[in-house]
Design a protein around this ligand. Structure first.
Ligand code: GDP
Ligand code: PGA
Ligand code: MN
Ligand code: MN
Length: 602
């Protein structure tokens, strides 16, 4: 089947041969990433009923997709780090020995592409003109995945050419796990109840089975650019992080670059595309989900976005909250998954103003404003080319990336965490990241709204022992040519604190520009702050709330550091740190002790 292969890369050809022999697809298609290929694939998906074409007058070249109701989010329970030594996976990951996982999954893969096409998707994370382009090849039996990979990654002929005959790549095997017998009608969304999302960090391989959804199946994203890349980053002295990257320009024209790590569905995409309410401030987008950060020769930490598209949470997105996302989507060329369809061929989701009188919901049922359930799944997503973003920064295209001035850690917490606090120094910043907590969201299968520790927003994505990961973060200080002043300043933010009636105390979205302004003032050595036990918090007068409708009480409440609430965190953090045993850097225990002492004195 490989006679007409458009490459002679021996390792690639041997691997494809081996996978084809195991999975027995009816045919193999090499993806070139062309417009005509996209048209062919989306046309075929429309013909089969898997996609619905939206009205081109409203969303040109865009499609509505619905998944199986059992395949709607990342499956952390079925995600494995298969390091040779169990200890290397650490206490936060599921682990299975590589040989055992491979034999289990080999049996699942046997004949699993029967009746289907196996697509070969050569892709590159980050620009092709990077000093070391980061190649991958995904083999998948899902045309939906191929269409999505074309949006989310640089893929196709150019990548294959750059890969040449011997460059290294990450082999990423994916199957929905639903072979078709002759004459058998295909499901609208084929998948399998058995799911495995497996990573082999030593051999840099990804094996995914059973799910067609997002991070489970678009293997360049979470699997490669976070889990596998985090291992490479540990070995090579850089960072692969779950972070947005933004360019922020002040009214005076001063430019700052900010990275922010918030857990899934906690505000990265919105912050990355923010439209400031403060006059004269400008935000431009570099990335909304993943940052690769390396030290430059200048001793500063430079960040790039390895992705090519946006895979954003749909509900809550509209012209009031995220106008730049809406403008990006209006340009078309997008896939919308598990949102609602309007009767006139457009999409709708909760948060997009007044609901129409009738919709088709994400389960393909009639929906009216009286319906009991939301029209869109809470983890429904838009998948759209980042180059369509009207505020994309020019630096997005630069393989060097941007020098980061500040790192924000944040989560979704109803209580305790103030709107913003500045870390005392780098190690305290690492402590804030390592103890980051957030209420769980619909981005992963499981209970929603439970507070859990999510270190650096990387809990589901660290490809090795989290204790080693914390040490790696601490060691990054050495990369700054011994000059701590060159390191980004660390801040902790919480847009989600609630008042007594359960209402958000802070309006969020574009108003977060007021917090960004204070952060920039702190970088400049200005900006008034009070030193609290948990870090430097703005004095109520230090935040620019000009024109903002917020009461003094709410402002004080959203900034408050409550001693009792923080004392209640201490046993939770102690328990959390204890999980890492000897691997927990001693300086983090010292930070906890110091916090306890400061709270006692407060
Ligand atoms: P990401 O998954 O981290 O990229 O998070 P998103 O930016 O997609 O946001 C996830 C959800 O949180 C969406 O429903 C947003 O509307 C909502 N959200 C984002 N930023 C804010 C904010 O500042 N305040 C509030 N209340 N909600 C927000
Ligand atoms: P996001 O990314 O929710 O952080 O946008 C997708 C995911 O983490 O599953
Ligand atoms: Mn994410
Ligand atoms: Mn996002």
């Amino acid at each position: 089947m490989l006679d007409d292969a458009p490459t002679s890369h021996p390792r690639l050809l041997a691997w494809i041969d081996e996978v084809a022999a195991l999975t027995t697809p009816d045919r193999i298609v090499w993806c070139d990433g062309s417009e005509s290929e996209w048209t062919g694939i989306t046309d075929a998906l429309v013909d089969s009923g898997a996609l619905v074409r939206l009205d081109p007058a409203k969303k040109p070249n865009s499609f509505w997709a619905r998944t199986d109701p059992g395949d709607v989010a990342r499956v952390e329970e079925s995600t494995y780090i298969c390091s040779v030594d169990e200890a290397d996976a650490g206490p936060t990951n599921n682990w299975m020995a590589p040989a055992e996982m491979k034999s289990t999954m080999t049996e699942l893969y046997r004949g699993c592409m029967k009746g289907r096409t196996m697509y070969v998707v050569p892709f590159c994370m980050g620009p092709l003109d990077a000093p070391t382009p980061m190649f991958g090849v995904e083999l998948t039996d899902s045309p939906y995945v191929v269409a999505s990979m074309r949006i989310m990654t640089r893929m196709g002929t150019e990548v294959l050419a750059a890969l040449g005959d011997e460059k290294d790549f990450v082999p990423a095997l994916h199957s929905v796990g639903a072979p078709l017998e002759p004459g058998q009608e295909d499901a609208a969304w084929p998948c399998n109840e058995t799911k495995y999302i497996s990573h082999f960090p030593e051999t840099r391989e990804i094996w995914s089975f059973g799910s067609g959804y997002g991070g489970n199946s678009l293997l360049g994203k979470k699997c490669y650019a976070l889990r596998i890349a985090s291992v490479a980053a540990r070995d090579e002295g850089w960072l692969a992080e779950h972070m947005l990257i933004m360019k922020l320009t002040s009214p005076e024209g001063q430019v700052r670059y900010i990275a922010g790590a918030f857990p899934s569905a906690c505000g990265k995409t919105n912050l990355a595309m923010l439209q400031p309410t403060l006059p004269g401030w400008k935000v431009e987008t570099v990335g909304d989900d993943i940052a690769w950060m390396r030290f430059g020769e200048d001793g500063r930490l430079w960040a790039t976005n390895p992705e090519f598209g946006l895979f954003g949470v749909a509900p809550g997105t509209d012209f009031h909250t995220n106008p730049n996302a809406m403008r990006t989507l209006a340009r078309g060329n997008s896939v919308f998954t598990n949102v609602a369809l309007t009767d006139d061929g457009d999409i709708w989701w909760e948060g997009m103003g007044t609901p129409p009188a009738h919709l088709t919901d994400w389960k393909n049922h009639d929906w009216t404003p009286d319906s009991e359930n939301p029209s869109s799944h809470p983890n429904s997503r838009f998948c759209t080319p980042i180059e369509q973003c009207p505020i994309l920064a020019d630096e997005y295209h630069d393989p060097r990336g941007v020098p980061i001035d500040a790192i924000l850690f944040g989560g979704r917490r109803k209580t305790t965490i103030p709107l913003v606090a500045e870390a005392r120094d780098w190690v305290h910043g690492v402590y804030l990241g390592a103890t980051l907590s957030s209420e769980t969201t619909a981005a992963a299968v499981g209970q929603v709204g439970v507070v859990r520790r999510d270190p650096m927003a990387m809990l589901p994505f660290i490809g090795y022992h989290a204790g080693d990961y914390f040490q790696h973060w601490i060691d990054m200080a050495k990369g700054a040519s011994g000059d701590a002043a060159k390191l980004p300043k660390v801040f902790y933010v919480n847009w989600f604190r609630r008042g007594d009636q359960g209402q958000f105390l802070w309006p969020g979205f574009g108003e977060n520009s007021r917090v960004l302004k204070w952060i920039v003032e702190r970088l400049d050595g200005k900006g008034e702050a009070i030193e609290t036990p948990v870090g430097h918090v703005p004095t109520p007068g230090a935040l620019d709330v000009t024109g903002l409708d917020i009461s003094d009480e709410d402002l004080a409440a959203v900034l408050r550091v409550d001693r009792d609430e923080w004392l209640a965190e201490i046993p939770q953090v102690t328990e959390w740190f204890t999980r890492f045993g000897d691997k927990l850097p001693a300086v983090l225990w010292a930070e906890l002790d110091a916090l306890r002492a400061r709270l006692a004195d407060a």
